[in-house]
Each structure stands twice: as C-alpha cells, then as structure tokens.
Design a protein around this ligand. Structure first.
Ligand SMILES: NC(=O)c1ccc[n+]([C@@H]2O[C@H](COP(=O)([O-])OP(=O)(O)OC[C@H]3O[C@@H](n4cnc5c(N)ncnc54)[C@H](O)[C@@H]3O)[C@@H](O)[C@H]2O)c1
Ligand SMILES: O=C(O)C(=O)C[C@]1(C(=O)O)C=C[C@@H](O)C=C1
Length: 355
C-alpha cells in the first residue's frame, strides 16, 4: 500500500509514522519546505520526500493533505488533478466548510483527527498520536462508497475512531470545544503576565491549574491564524456566548448571590461528567447488514445518519453486486446502540437485518 502525505508537519508526519509502523505502508511526502522534507526522512515519517506534489502522489492508494487550513482547498485540488482514479484523497484540516464547499469529487472525503499538540513540525510527530482519537469524516452525496469504506478502515487501523459529520455541525462544535479554548488560553496568559508583572512577581509563579488550562497558548501562528480566520463566524458566536456566561457569573458574584454561585458550580460538575461519559461507550460488537441501492452517496447517507446520533461505526464492509443493490455491513458497539442504529437506517427507507 502506498500512502502520500502532502504537508509533512506534526499531523502529516504522524500519519506517515503511523502508516509505516502500523500498516507497513510505503509513505511518500510532499512539503514546500526543504528542511521539513529532510527532517521527515530523518525521522522515518516518509521513505521518499519530494518538492513536487505529482511525484509524491504518483501511484498512491491514499493521499492525506495536511497543510495549514488556508492552503487546503488549493492543495486538495492539486492532488486530485494528479491522483489515480482509485486513489482516496482526504485532508486533516481543523475547519471543514471551506474545503467541503470547494471540492466535489467522488474520490475526496474531508477529514479531521481530533488529536494533536501545541507543538508543530515533523520533529514532534508521533506514531501513536491518533490512538483512540475521534477522526471526523465529511462524506458527501458524490462520495464513492468504496472510497469511504477504505478510508474508514485505514483510520481504524491506525488506532482512531472514524465518525461521519456534516461540515457545518463540525465547525460549530469545534468553535466551542477546540478553537475557543485556544483563544481563552491566549487571553489567560496575556492577563496573567500583565497582573504578575504589575504585582512585581516573577512570571513563572503560576500553579498547576493555570498550566493545565494554558498548555496550548501561543500554538503555531500560521496554523492557528488560519483556523481562527476560516471559522471566524462560528468562533465569534462562541466568544459572544462565552462573554454572556462570564457576565452572568460576574453579576452573581458582584451581587453576592451565594445560592446562584453554588448552583452554577454544581451544574459545571454535572456537564463535565456528561462530557467525559460520552467518551466511554463500551459493550459487545453487533453486525447490521443493510441492503442498499447502487448509487453514489448512499454510504455517506448511512454514515452521516449514525454520526448525527453520535453512533460510531466500529468497522464496515461493502459487498457490491452486479444488480441494482448491494450490501453494507456495519459493526456497532453495544446492544442498545445497535438497536438505535438499526432504527435510524430503517428510517432512511433501507432494509436492515441483524447478522
Ligand atoms: N496541530 C494540531 O493539533 C492539529 C490537529 C488536527 C488537525 N490539524 C490540522 O493539520 C494541518 C497541519 O497542521 P500541523 O499542526 O501539522 O502544522 P505543522 O506546521 O506542523 O505542519 C504543516 C506543514 O505543512 C507544510 N505546508 C505549508 N504550506 C503548504 C502547502 N501549500 N502544501 C503542502 N504543505 C504545506 C509546512 O511546511 C509544514 O511542514 C492543519 O490543517 C491543521 O488544522 C492540526
Ligand atoms: O492537544 C492539543 O494540543 C490540541 O490543540 C489538539 C486539538 C484540540 O483542540 O483538541 C487542536 C486542533 C485540532 O484540530 C484537534 C485537536
């Protein structure tokens, strides 16, 4: 198997390492930076490194575009121009609408691994970066089912959990759970630096809680500048919501509303518990077999219906036939969740059987 990585930085390099170590893939890379190409070879993230997209993508079964968000649409287009008809092309961008709106090709599926670090560059790449991470996928009505299945399987094999989602939903959610936390980390360090220097304290006088919530402050400016700009509308809305929440707590505090403050804190504990629990779904794996018409987009429709209900597909298999219908097998963890998945698939007007 040949995997091409276009943009061999922290994420591209980690995909290269994981594909080589876990799948035994032949990995080739493209990066405009000669230094990144050299380091990628030295770290073993790629076997070949090229200064041309065409050379890197030649003969690839999969191409991952891992450039900064502002370059993704152009780079995905360049890759699709030179990639084989059988090549599955994806990206890893932290914002999904711009790329999804610009590309319409049956070989392309937008993607985003919900894993990373505050560092950047291939020197910080790790083969285990994606272990147990959610990996969002944004298939569309033109996505070829077999391309989705192959990408789903590859992502599973490098240790992550693929989950289908619409680009709009993805970007609104990320504004609150990823982009806003980065903004807040920057604001917190700026405020603390000013307060500490005004009080004459040396700057490192901070405690563990401060270090936890500011780990990502000042992360790579090229990457994060691009993310903030590409998701500006959703991020502005998330900031407005945050300002409203801060103001409301500020008012409770200023008016000495003890009961209100206690209730506010208790509800934060409950919200945190629910957020953590949603990551811990377990149970036995059940197989559903779905009879589907042979048309593009049908696998995307099923994956999105389950993704919307936050149901993970542990594995999937496609069994096309020469007739008008084929079969999609889905493996779902947990009896109750499998029943819910069965109902959702039936609601799409499809026949489902339990294997
Ligand atoms: N850092 C994270 O935590 C994280 C997590 C998930 C997804 N992402 C996404 O991954 C992508 C890359 O981020 P990263 O953290 O690996 O950044 P990085 O700075 O570590 O790597 C980016 C690489 O892309 C190269 N590059 C620049 N312009 C390019 C172009 N036009 N074509 C190809 N390569 C180009 C750079 O030389 C660099 O080697 C971004 O789209 C980001 O949104 C980042
Ligand atoms: O762990 C970190 O340092 C990250 O910033 C990773 C993180 C995140 O916000 O959780 C950052 C951006 C990505 O798009 C996905 C994951």
């Amino acid at each position: 198997m040949k995997v091409a990585v276009v943009g061999v930085g922290l994420i591209g390099g980690s995909i290269g390492l994981a594909a080589r170590q876990r799948l035994g893939a032949h990995v080739s890379g493209y990066d405009p930076s000669a230094a990144a190409r050299e380091t990628a070879i030295a770290r073993g993230a790629v076997i070949e490194a090229h200064g041309s997209v065409e050379a890197a993508v030649e003969g690839a079964d999969f191409a991952f575009v891992a450039a900064p968000v502002q370059s993704l649409a152009a780079m995905v287009s360049s890759v699709l121009e030179v990639a084989a008809d059988s090549c599955v092309v994806t990206d890893v961008g932290s914002v999904k609408r711009a790329v999804a709106g610009a590309i319409e090709d049956p070989r392309f599926i937008g993607g985003h691994p919900l894993a990373g670090a505050e560092t950047s560059g291939v020197e910080h790449a790790r083969a285990d970066l994606f272990q147990d991470a959610t990996w969002y996928l944004t298939p569309t009505t033109v996505t070829r089912g077999v391309a989705y299945e192959r990408l789903h399987r590859l992502i599973t094999r490098i240790g992550a959990w693929p989950t289908a989602i619409e680009p709009d939903t993805h970007d609104v959610v990320m504004a609150s759970v990823s982009h806003l936390p980065h903004v807040l980390a920057n604001v917190l360090v700026a405020q603390a630096a000013r307060v500490l220097s005004a009080e004459g304290e040396r700057l490192p006088a901070t405690g563990p809680s401060f270090r936890d919530v500011t780990r990502v402050a000042g992360a790579n400016s090229v990457v994060w500048g691009g993310i903030y700009r590409a998701n500006a509308d959703a991020l502005v809305a998330a900031i407005d919501d945050m300002v409203g929440r801060l103001t409301s707590f500020r008012d409770q505090l200023a008016s000495g509303d003890d009961a209100g403050i206690r209730e506010w804190n208790e509800s934060a504990r409950e919200d945190r518990r629910r957020l953590l629990e949603s990551d811990l779904a377990g149970g036995e794996v059940h197989e559903l077999r779905v009879l589907v018409p042979n048309r593009p987009g049908i696998v995307a429709e099923i994956a999105l219906a389950l993704g919307r209900a936050t149901i993970d597909i542990v594995d999937m298999g496609l069994y096309p036939s020469s007739g008008s219908h084929g079969t999609v097998a889905l493996w779902i963890r947990g009896g109750v969740v499998a029943e819910q998945a069965e109902r959702l698939v039936r609601d799409l007007g499809l026949e489902v059987a339990r294997a």
